[in-house]
Ligand binder design. Sequence first.
Ligand SMILES: [Zn+2]
Length: 489
Amino acid sequence: MKKFVVLAVSASFLLVSPFTIADETLPLKAVNRAGEVIDAALEAYGGTEAIANLNSVARKSHFTTWATNQSRSPGPPWDENEQMNFAAIDFKQKTFVGKNKGSGNGFDFDGSQIIKGDEGWQISYRAGTVTPLAEPDFDTTSGPFIRVTAPLLVKQLQERRHTSHWLGEVDFNGRPHDVITLVMEVGPALSLYFDQETHLLSRSERVLPPFGQVDYRFTEYETIDGIPFSKSFKLYVNDQPNIYIDYKSTKINAPIDAYASVPDNLQWVEAAPPPPTDVEVQEFKEGVFLVGAGTTYAMFVEMEDHVVAVGGTAGIPERIKALREVVKDKPIKFGVMTHHHNDHVLGVPAYQDEGATVLTVKEHEAVVRAAASDADSLKVQLVEDRYVFDDGNRQLEIIDIGPTPHVKHLLVAWLPEEGVLFEADHFPNPTNGRMQPAQPVTKRLAEAIQQMELDVKLIVGAHSPRVATIDDLRQALALSPVQAAQTSP
Ligand SMILES: [Zn+2]
């Protein structure tokens, strides 16, 4: 009874003066200090009204990107690529336009994504096609642009201040900063660093498992129509440079409709059907299986008394399990790693668990061992140019077709009797079979096939459930990239 009274008293006290308790609790302090930091930031970014009225932003920029663990060679320095980018957002109309043009990893791209309320389109200027988006999502699509544009983060803070907590004070670049949190509509929380003197945003961070920590730096502020924007921006992933952005132009509160219209000289195509969500086993030639789901697939080849697995993308344990339903008693004695990229060595521990020997090239051995559960005990067979499995009935060749624009060494699997080629990352093979103009990587693959005089009939890959034919490859090679007219930003 007595306890109840005490509670009632403190509750009424709270109602009278919620923010002036002598003993400020930790959560209350976190909310109050965040509020102070947000108010000072709003002032520094042109005032409450200017940020509330900041409805549209259009920015043209130059990106430099680094292909961390995705370069032609294993280990740093990572390949550096360039791209031109244009992004425009209009909050009231829920419209977002993002365009990218550039090349990297042996792929050229020139395309855009447009979201207009409930509608959306994916445009490829390279292929000359427009594809309606099945589920346009303004918040998810515009998120990356908002996260690199300081005034738009401040606008988020203004609208979502209830989500914000003060985390503490830290020195950054020799200057004291307040760190507060922001929870956007989509994605993990951001920690924002505001300079205590200028009240401008210097840095933000978020943790993205399994990638690790993403660190955003806002530098070189300039004022545009009364609102400070950073002229340059740097993004680090686990302390390694990942993207540098150099802004070429910034326009605010101007209509963006012209950029958000779909050009009428493009071919309208339907989106490719989504790949299977559950692991599927396709025996597309006797004793040759393509097993996978989503965007990752491996090929399993039945030999006389064992199985050879090719490919090391995500989900190898489930793929082995699915294979076991069909091929019950033969052990997987070999696992072939196509190349060293971090999404292609994930299967190493699964093959090690099977007791299999892993095939790779000398240059990739360190990366492959590092991916194992136990680096030292991993059984490795190095492939020099070509390694042949032959049990008298079936021949399976593992061939290094490098160098390619994607990697210096690339192992493909070749079944001469069946005319089957398994490759990774060199032949995009959409589920609907609609070929795109051949990428530089695809041209190199075709060249290698010709040089080695491989009589290829079927092509399967690490990222598609579709069994392609040699005609598909020929079709891709015959298509030339088109430069469709586009509304220039
Ligand atoms: Zn790759």
